[in-house]
Design a protein around this ligand. Sequence first.
Ligand SMILES: C[S@@+](CC[C@H](N)C(=O)[O-])C[C@H]1O[C@@H](n2cnc3c(N)ncnc32)[C@H](O)[C@@H]1O
Length: 194
Amino acid sequence: MAALLGWMLISSASALGMFLLWSAFIGAGWQPTSRRKVRKMLEMCRVGPSDVVYDLGSGDGRILVEAAKTYHATAVGVEADPIRVLFSRFAVGTNRLKGRVQVVWGNFFHVDLSEATVVTLFLSQGANRKLKAKLLSELRPGARVVSYVWTFDGWSPASRDADDEISLYVVPSHDVSSPDRAATASFHADGRLA
Ligand SMILES: C[S@@+](CC[C@H](N)C(=O)[O-])C[C@H]1O[C@@H](n2cnc3c(N)ncnc32)[C@H](O)[C@@H]1O
């Protein structure tokens, strides 16, 4: 009995370790964004009820819950670690947000982003670099990409909060010919894109 219990513990710990390492390998390891910075990220992109927010690497789902609960947006999270998927689905359920929030277990590099109007990220410089082409080809013009800590090499943010290390990028119109075109749009005072 003790041997079986030991074996089960070791197997569970190994499986958990594998998922953690796998996430770090394909994008970034887990570290939560503070609640204050989550709100700052969503406020910088003026998230509202008509938005569809995708959090790529959604961790425990805190960005999804905040986007839906406080800003009344629809939210989709993609998370590679199944334990965090379970935790975040539980958070979605306890906040009664099942109709507005979906958490997908998978690799965000394989998920279609075309319906997103806002993408939130807290990954790594390398993951952002790998995401650039996907964001530019799948997101519609005017979509906002907000990244905590990490930036996009070669892109100019539409705005940046240096103290909180949050950068906002706006996808430009598709008729801009450069393959690495910078997202430089800005907002009018009433929230419309300039
Ligand atoms: C630094 S955490 C950020 C969590 C959450 N977005 C937040 O801000 O609190 C990064 C998350 O991305 C997940 N992740 C990394 N690469 C991924 C990939 N390619 N597909 C899905 N999830 C990924 C990790 O498992 C981890 O939970």
